[in-house]
Design a protein around this ligand. Structure first.
Ligand code: ADP
Ligand code: MG
Length: 437
C-alpha cells in the first residue's frame, strides 16, 4: 500500500505547491524512487550534478513532505548511478543487519532478565501455550526487549517457515493506521494484521493516546486472541502504568503474562562485556572489563557501545586496551549519557502523533480544539526539554511571537495544576519522546 513510488508521488505533489512546474521537471523528472525502508526513502537520479543540487536545495523540503505523510521523521538518501550500484550489490544482505544478531544464542542471561528470557524462549518454540499468551515484556530502554522480540521472530520463522508473522513497532502501527484512514485503505490494513499467526509488537506504549488507534488495536488484538494466535508485546512500562489506555484494553493487557527486565547486575554486566568483545574477536583484560562494568551500570546498549568504541579506538590508534586508555575514551561517553536532549522535531512529531495529527497541523494555523491543545503541549515540552528561548520556539511555530508561546505554556501549567489526569498525558508523551531520543 505504501510503495516507494507511491510515496515519492505524494512527495512531489506536496512539493508542487511550493515549487514551479519547471523546477519540478528540471530536478525531479528523471528521479526514481528505489526503496522505502524503516525510516528512509532512497531516490535515484542519473545525474551527479542533480544529486548535489537536490541535496543542497531540496532535501529539507522533501523531508518535511515525508513528515507530513508519515507524521514522523524520514531520512532521504539521494543515489547517483554509483550509489545505486553499491546499494543493489549490498541489498543481497538484509536491510538491518544488526537485527539478525538479535537471536537467543546472542542473548546473555542473568538474574535481571532470566524470567523474560525463559518466557520468550518458550514462545519462540512456536506452539501457542495457554499460560504464555499474550506475553508482555517490559523494562527500561536498552535492556534487551527488542532483542528478545526479534529472537522470538527468528526462532519461529526458522521452525515454521509457513507461519505469517506480523512484527511491528507501536509507532509504525500508528503511522500505518493514520495513513490507512487517510487513504481509505482500512480493509488492507486489517487484513495485514488480523491474518497473522504470530503478532509481535515492539514498544506498545506508543499506541496509548487517541481513542481511534486504541479501538483498532483492541479489535486486532481481540480477533487474534480469539483465534488462539500467539501475541507478544514489549513496552517501557507495565500495563498498570499505561495511564492513557482505555480500561478494557488495560484489563486485557493486565491479564498477559508479564515479564520484566531489570537493569543488569554486576555479574551480568561483566558477562555481557565479555560476550560482546568476544563477538568482535577481542578479549579485554579483566581490570578493563570490571572498570566498564562498574561505571556503566544502567543499560546494556551503553555497554555494547563502550565495547565497540574501545575496540574501534584500538584499531585506529593502535592503542593497548588498558584501564588508563579506556578511562579517557569513556569519559565522553559518561558525559554524553546525561546530556541527551531531544530535537524539536521529535517533540513536535510525538505530540502530534499522540493526537493523531501531523507536525504540520501543529506548526500551522488551525484552531481546532485538539490542534490548539497539542500545539500548546508541544511548546510547553520544547521549553522544558530543550534550551530554546520563547522567541526561538515561536519561530518554529509559524513565526508566532514570544508572548503567544508564553501564554500557551502558562495555560498548560495551569491545566496541570487543575487536572491530575492531564499530567498523565504529559508524562506519556514525554516518555515517548525519551524513548526515541
Ligand atoms: P530495548 O528494546 O529494551 O530498548 P534492545 O533490545 O534494543 O533494548 O537492546 C539494546 C542493545 O543491547 C541491543 O544491541 C541488544 O542486542 C543488546 N542487549 C540487551 N540485552 C542483552 C543481553 N542480555 N545479551 C546480549 N545483548 C543484549
Ligand atoms: Mg527496543
Amino acid at each position: 500500500m505504501n510503495s516507494a513510488t507511491d510515496v515519492w508521488g505524494r512527495v512531489l505533489n506536496i512539493l508542487s505547491s511550493d515549487l514551479t512546474e519547471t523546477a519540478i521537471s528540471t530536478w525531479f523528472d528523471d528521479c526514481r524512487a528505489i526503496e522505502l525502508s524503516d525510516s528512509r526513502l532512497f531516490i535515484h537520479t542519473p545525474s551527479v550534478f542533480k544529486k548535489s543540487v537536490i541535496e543542497g536545495r531540496f532535501i529539507g523540503t522533501i523531508k518535511s513532505a515525508l513528515c507530513e505523510i508519515f507524521s514522523g521523521e524520514y531520512d532521504v538518501i539521494i543515489l547517483d548511478d554509483d550509489g545505486l550500484k553499491a546499494m543493489t550489490e549490498a541489498s543481497s544482505e538484509p536491510d538491518y543487519m544488526y537485527i539478525d544478531e538479535y537471536t537467543f544464542e546472542n542473548f546473555v542471561v542473568g538474574n535481571s532478565n532470566k524470567f523474560a528470557h525463559a518466557a520468550a524462549l518458550a514462545v519462540g518454540e512456536g506452539l501457542p501455550k495457554q499460560g504464555y499468551n499474550p506475553l508482555f515484556i517490559y523494562g527500561e530502554s536498552g535492556l534487551g526487549k527488542t532483542h528478545l522480540l526479534h529472537a522470538i521472530r527468528h526462532s519461529i520463522s526458522k521452525k515454521y517457515p509457513h507461519y505469517r508473522i506480523a512484527c511491528v513497532k507501536g509507532d509504525e502501527f500508528l503511522n500505518e493506521l493514520i495513513l490507512a484512514i487517510q487513504q481509505g485503505k482500512m480493509i488492507e490494513f486489517r487484513e495485514k494484521y488480523r491474518g497473522a499467526d504470530f503478532f509481535l509488537m515492539d514498544d506498545i506504549q506508543f499506541i496509548a493516546g487517541k481513542i481511534e488507534t486504541q479501538n483498532e488495536f483492541f479489535n486486532t488484538f481481540n480477533t487474534l486472541y480469539e483465534l488462539g494466535k500467539q501475541i507478544v508485546f514489549t513496552s517501557d512500562r507495565p500495563p498498570s502504568e499505561m495511564h492513557r489506555l482505555e480500561d478494557r484494553l488495560k484489563t486485557r493487557l493486565e491479564s498477559s503474562l508479564q515479564a520484566d527486565i531489570q537493569p543488569p547486575d554486576d555479574a551480568l554486566r561483566v558477562a555481557i562485556i565479555r560476550n560482546k568483545a568476544e563477538q568482535l574477536g577481542v578479549t579485554f583484560p579483566d581490570d578493563v572489563t570490571n572498570y566498564i562494568a562498574e561505571n556503566l551500570i544502567s543499560n546494556v546498549r551503553q555497554l555494547e557501545g563502550a565495547v565497540k568504541m574501545i575496540i574501534a579506538y584500538r584499531d585506529i590508534m593502535d592503542d593497548d586496551i588498558t584501564v588508563a586508555s579506556v578511562t579517557s575514551r569513556l569519559k565522553d561517553m559518561f558525559k554524553g549519557i546525561k546530556e541527551l536532549i531531544p530535537t524539536t522535531e521529535t517533540i513536535i512529531s510525538e505530540t502530534a502523533k499522540y493526537y493523531l495529527l501531523t507536525p504540520e497541523n501543529l506548526k500551522g494555523q488551525s484552531r481546532t480544539r485538539d490542534t490548539a491543545l497539542a500545539r500548546q503541549i508541544a511548546m510547553f515540552l520544547i521549553r522544558k526539554m530543550t534550551n530554546l528561548s520563547l522567541k526561538d520556539i515561536g519561530e518554529i511555530f509559524d513565526g508566532r511571537d514570544h508572548s503567544t508561546v508564553l501564554s500557551s505554556i502558562r495555560r498548560i501549567e495551569a491545566t496541570l495544576r487543575e487536572k491530575t489526569e492531564f499530567s498523565k498525558i504529559i508524562s506519556d508523551i514525554t516518555s515517548n519522546i525519551n524513548s526515541i531520543t
